[in-house]
Design a protein. Structure first.
Length: 65
């Protein structure tokens, strides 16, 4: 009777550990998603700045002609 109870206890402990790890992975994935969204916004802002600067440079190049 001892061995079946020990097996059940170890199985439950294993599931509890897997549950905790799953929650930690979920939280880290959410954090990574927020970082990716923030970085995408920064890249879009930099692209807009570059496009604006290129337009200004093209206009100033036209005036040199």
């Amino acid at each position: 009777m001892l061995w079946p109870m020990l097996a059940i206890a170890l199985g439950f402990s294993g599931l509890a550990v897997l549950g905790v790890l799953a929650i930690r992975v979920f939280l880290e994935v959410q954090r990574l998603g927020r970082q990716v969204a923030d970085t995408s916004a920064e890249i879009n802002a930099a692209a807009e700045n570059l496009e604006r600067a290129a337009g200004n440079l093209a206009r100033s190049g036209e005036s040199w002609r």
